[in-house]
Design a protein around this ligand. Structure first.
Ligand code: PMP
Length: 404
């Protein structure tokens, strides 16, 4: 895989050769094929799906359902197990409300981890408030891995859900989901995986993971904003009531009651993000053509190189483990400087990184820092960009030296 050549596919990057974009964990850039899919939908296919008896609507429906098949292949699922949602956040809320609210009772437990994104915590908080269920968390080790030795006493007959992030958006840690899922299943718990960071970067096989649910955001995997996926194991989806009600998700409606369509339509109330879902299908095809193994190998090589180079700056502290279970995300601090100042100063050098708590406040509390700056890599980033980032950071260090 040649990232320099790939960059030609990305109009925003091609147009801004001076920009070192290291914020793909927040949202990725989009290849031309995805932008063209959006445009082509409105130019040639625009009609509502699943409604019309006319040819244009049938063609729009076929394109939308084709995207569902692409995402199914991407995750090794069947198309009926792919629910189009807006993003990971909506997917997690769908599970919490449609499954959690109906099935959790007082003193039941939802087991999360200390490294969750708020999207993997707050929906459970909302449901816990209403059901009396409790939240418990798998702690992390000093290196930033899950402390699996705690799992045996945390998983009990009270545990009804294990909800965990596949790859941390702060530590870069790739969690051993299959192993956790196997133990969770033995305890009779449902397994919910936040795949927002993993799906764009590494091969995902939801069956091999043992996930009952797996959530992703299209905009982090080369797709447009506004379309994401909730994978749900079919038997679980079939046994589950709807989240949102309205058109498209029903079988029969009377004035005072209704029955619901089969999955996945049961969970897609109203007009879906048609153009966005089709373009997300195109993004999944683009990634599959490149090969997710190669995308992952590229990310792995870049993050190892970045961590080596960052160790040249003694004032830099990085977080997260080193090794094959570490993806292309590097959260760091520079002395006692605030992360926002670091990010603003890097921006002056043309390097775009994110700063803050990255929607992971409990994790930052555990790490003992209020905020971090975060560089994140993707298939279009190069080693030269890592060099530019590190050289820029050295300049920032020199500039602020008196305060470090
Ligand atoms: N989970 C993780 C691990 C994430 O990194 C993000 C995005 N920062 C989300 C969930 C939420 O994604 P979205 O904002 O697209 O819903």
């Amino acid at each position: 895989m040649d990232p320099s050549a790939l960059r030609e596919d990305f109009p925003l990057l091609a147009r801004n050769p001076g920009l070192v974009y290291l914020d793909s964990a927040a949202t990725s850039q989009k290849p031309r094929a995805v932008l063209e899919a959006l445009e082509a939908y409105y130019q040639t296919l625009n009609a509502n799906v699943h409604r019309g008896a006319y040819a244009l609507s049938v063609a729009a429906t076929e394109a939308y359902e084709g995207a569902r098949r692409s995402l199914a292949r991407f995750l090794n699922a069947s198309p009926q197990e792919i629910v189009f949602v807006r993003n990971t956040t909506e997917a997690m809320n769908l599970v919490a409300y449609a499954w959690g609210l109906r099935n959790l009772k007082e003193n039941d437990e939802v087991l999360v981890t200390e490294m969750e994104h708020h999207a993997g915590l707050v929906p459970w908080h909302l449901v816990a408030e209403r059901t009396g269920a409790r939240i418990r968390a798998i702690p992390i080790t000093e290196e930033g891995r899950l402390d699996l030795s705690a799992l045996d006493h945390l998983l009990t007959e009270r545990t009804k859900v294990v909800s965990l992030v596949h790859m941390s958006n702060v530590l870069g840690t790739v969690n051993p989901v299959a192993e956790v899922a196997r133990k969770a299943k033995e305890a009779g718990a449902l397994v919910v995986v936040d795949g927002a960071q993993s799906a764009p970067h590494l091969p995902v096989d939801v069956k091999a993971l043992g996930a009952d649910f797996f959530a992703l955001s299209g905009h982090k995997m080369l797709g447009p904003t506004g379309a994401g996926v909730l994978y749900g194991r079919y038997e679980v989806l079939e046994a589950m009531g709807p989240f949102l009600g309205g058109g498209e998700m029903i079988q029969e409606v009377h004035l005072d009651r209704s029955t619901y369509a089969k999955p996945p339509q049961r969970f897609e109330a109203g007009t879906p993000p048609i153009a966005e879902a089709i373009a997300l299908g195109r993004a999944a095809e683009y990634l599959m053509a490149l090969g997710m193994e190669r995308v992952w190998a590229h990310d792995r090589a870049l993050v190892d190189y970045a961590l080596d180079r960052l160790s040249e700056i003694p004032e830099v502290r990085t977080f997260g483990p080193r090794g094959p279970d570490r993806g292309g995300v590097v959260a760091f601090t520079l002395g006692r400087l605030h992360a926002h100042d670091v990010a603003t100063a890097l921006d002056q050098e043309g390097v775009a990184v994110r700063a803050g708590h990255h929607c992971a406040q409990p994790l930052h509390r555990r790490l003992g820092v209020a905020a971090t700056a975060r560089a994140s890599f993707y298939l279009y980033n190069t080693r030269e960009e890592v060099d530019r980032f590190v050289e820029a950071l050295k300049k920032v260090r020199d500039y602020f030296k008196v305060w470090l």
